[in-house]
Design a binder for this molecule. Structure first.
Ligand code: PMP
Length: 396
């Protein structure tokens, strides 16, 4: 009989280079458990999804209650469905005054698509500026604004009118002009290997966009909901985007994304020709119920406020001389090694020894540290002991 892993390889299309191929039975808190019941510390959180840990009882309860009432009734936006309305209300309560209109999507990529369309529609302009080394998703529009040629080549022609500037480079802001519909940028670059821009840069970017009538789209799909130590990453820079993109942790483990703008801007999408954006499953009621519960749990526990202190514990523990650099903010960190080969060996040994981590799409020499925010100091120390042993093992 074929194992689950063999069946996976036979029938589940493989579209990435090095799948981790790990198999787990269940997950609870910060731990993933294999068939034998062995716990593994999750330092990835599904890439920034399970910020509150796995199996949170409030989220599970909200999902169960909603499933009992209804799941899907109609294409999103046609009926008044309580989970979507209450979730949008709660989200907008914690967002600035200009971000009061939420459009729920299925995923991060779809939120990017919606935002690009909205920006073109609202400004009447066609040019979009994105950043080198960015990652915004895998659909055609999102791929078009990805700042990595290698991953795009095979899919050309992509969207026209896209150009790229260097991330965190103030001189390049001059390329933003009155012909630019929008700049799309990750508030903290994720797949580039966790790159935190300077406050002065983000403020200059905001200013330049305002001056030229260009919309600033902040992609916080990976960085929001406490990961960097604040509820939203833009709070670190004292700026506000025109359009905010969310997904991943937004649904508390269930699939949902969102693009969020002002009512005034979003109203463009109902002007003729209509069909601003439409989706069958976007804002799924069960996902919205889960997302609302997740946001309540995060706010009640003020979990985001612990991320900065936990960052310090990681940094204090990870002092091995083979570590070239530790980048990031809060619990969105990257440990840099000399090469992908060394990083991969260290990661494999960490996994063998019960700590799950991986590397970044555009930065293969760096290891991801993105545990659920509920990780304790003791658990951080335990994970760092395993990481340090793995580095030692492969560098001596
Ligand atoms: N933007 C960023 C910053 C991301 O990290 C990701 C996913 N890694 C996306 C967009 C795309 O989201 P999704 O995979 O849900 O389409």
């Amino acid at each position: 009989m074929l194992t689950l892993r063999q069946l996976f390889l036979n029938h589940n299309a493989q579209t990435t280079g090095f799948p981790l191929l790990l198999e787990f039975e269940r997950a609870q808190g910060i731990y993933l458990y294999d068939k034998a019941g062995t716990p593994f510390i999750d330092l990835i959180s599904g890439i920034g999804v399970s910020n509150l840990g796995h199996g949170n009882p409030q989220i599970i309860n909200a999902i169960k209650q909603q499933v009992d009432k209804y799941m899907h009734l109609m294409v999103y936006g046609e009926y008044v469905q309580a989970p979507q309305v209450l979730f949008a209300q709660k989200l907008t309560q914690v967002l600035p005054d200009n971000l009061q209109s939420v459009y729920f999507t299925n995923s991060g990529s779809e939120a990017v698509e919606g935002a690009l369309k909205l920006a073109k529609r609202f400004t009447g302009r066609q040019q979009i500026i994105a950043c080198k080394n960015s990652y915004h998703g895998s659909t055609h529009g999102a791929l078009s604004v990805m700042g990595n040629e290698e991953f795009k080549q095979a899919y050309r022609p992509l969207l026209p009118g896209i150009s790229f500037i260097n991330f965190n480079n103030t001189a390049d802001l001059q390329y933003i002009t009155k012909a630019t519909a929008a700049v799309i940028i990750e508030t903290v670059q994720g797949e580039a290997g966790i790159r935190v821009p300077d406050v002065a840069y983000m403020q200059a970017l905001r200013e330049r966009c305002t001056e030229t009538g260009t919309l600033l789209i902040l992609d916080e799909i990976q960085a929001a909901f406490g990961r960097t130590g604040t509820l939203f990453a833009f709070e670190h820079f004292n700026i506000v985007p025109d359009i905010l993109l969310l997904a991943k942790a937004l649904g508390g483990g269930m699939p949902v994304g969102a693009f969020i703008a002002s009512n005034y801007m979003m109203d463009m999408l109902k002007e003729k020709p209509i069909l601003g954006h439409i989706t069958t499953f976007g804002g799924h009621p069960v996902s919205c119920a889960a997302g609302l519960a997740a946001l309540e749990v995060l706010l009640i526990g003020q979990l985001h406020q612990q991320a900065t202190q936990k960052e310090q514990i990681f940094k204090q523990q990870l002092t091995h001389p083979a570590i070239k650099n530790i980048r990031g903010k809060g619990l969105m960190l990257a440990i840099e090694f000399e090469s992908f080969e060394l990083n991969k060996k260290i990661i494999d040994r960490c996994i063998q020894n019960g700590v799950i981590t991986d590397w970044f799409l555009h930065c293969s020499n760096s290891m991801r540290i993105a545990p659920p925010l509920i990780i304790t100091a003791e658990e951080i120390i335990k994970a760092c002991t395993v990481i340090t042993e793995a580095i030692d093992f492969h560098t001596h």
